[in-house]
Design a protein around this ligand. Structure first.
Ligand code: G1P
Length: 278
């Protein structure tokens, strides 16, 4: 039912310097697959085949990843490397890709608003590629679970997980009323609160389904935490004037924007591909 998925991918990835000096952080590989490809696979599994990417300087490698490469395909044709390209090629054939550039780094909310011409007036998914998410089983990705919630309630949905109270300053944090197991009607949202200011320990992770009126809320949102336009602030307004749900997903999220999470994800996918490391 939702066909569009937006990938804000303009950030510098400074936590991964020097690697991200010349490689987009979304291209860092977990085993042999770039982070953003995991995200696009998750979107496609949820039925979102129109992929919209908000980029910035130095992000050409993302466009090249999602483009057939006849010379490379010819070079590996008939060898055991051929199948390594097949997964990516299947994705390229199943999806459309469109790109726009964020003019200035003014925050995640601004990056999402920059994607409006690519999204138009329809509900859409948002994937922050450095949060790598897996469902409890492969057929049950997090975005797919959220699309089911959307189909029932037709409002914006954010994915949440419980975090240690000492970690709330890294996330948007919600407070809400549980309306069904694992589903909360959002009453309050705070971007990166200190533990003593956090309304709960339910943290937003990098998966959203947004209804298109979010663009109007974003236009009215003043710079917030860190002087940036925050999607959390726009969502709080949307929640106060209608309905926003927070969904505690089944599965696991790796924070691949941190070295620790990146290594955990690498170990997880290595074991999945090759069995336990020695
Ligand atoms: C962004 C959002 C934050 C959310 C987080 C999830 O923060 O602003 O609300 O909890 O993504 O990964 P960032 O990690 O980009 O600083």
């Amino acid at each position: 039912m939702i066909s569009k998925c937006l990938f804000p991918a303009a950030g510098y990835g400074t936590r991964f310097l020097p690697a991200t000096k010349s490689i987009p952080k979304e291209m860092l590989p977990i085993v042999n697959k770039p982070l953003i490809q995991y995200g696009v696979e998750e979107a496609l599994q949820a039925g979102m085949h129109d992929i919209a990417i908000v980029t910035g300087k130095g992000k050409h490698a993302i466009e090249d990843l999602f483009d057939r490469n006849a010379i490379l395909e010819k070079a590996v044709a008939g060898s055991d490397k051929e199948q390594l390209l097949e997964e990516t090629n299947r994705l390229i054939e199943a999806c459309t890709f469109s790109y726009t550039r964020q003019k200035q780094m003014r925050g995640l909310g601004d990056a999402i608003l920059t994607g409006e011409p690519l999204v138009g007036n329809q509900p859409f998914g948002v994937v922050l590629a450095d949060d790598l998410c897996i469902g409890d089983n492969e057929a049950d990705g997090v975005l797919r679970q959220m699309a089911e919630v959307y189909a029932k309630y037709r409002c914006s949905v954010v994915a949440i997980e419980e975090v240690d109270p000492s970690e709330t300053h890294k996330y948007g944090v919600i407070a809400g009323i549980e309306v069904e197991p694992c589903l909360y009607h959002v009453k309050e949202m705070v971007e990166k609160p200190a533990p003593e200011e956090a309304p709960s320990n339910l943290a937003i992770i990098g998966r959203y389904i947004l209804t298109p009126d979010i663009f109007d809320w974003l236009r009215r949102t003043e710079p917030g935490k860190g002087g940036e336009i925050q999607i959390t602030d726009a969502l709080e307004q949307q929640a106060k004037n209608g309905r926003v749900l927070a969904y505690r997903f089944r599965g696991r999220r790796f924070d691949c924007g941190s070295v620790h999470g990146f290594v955990e994800a690498t170990n997880h996918f290595y074991e999945k591909c090759f069995g336990p490391a020695d």
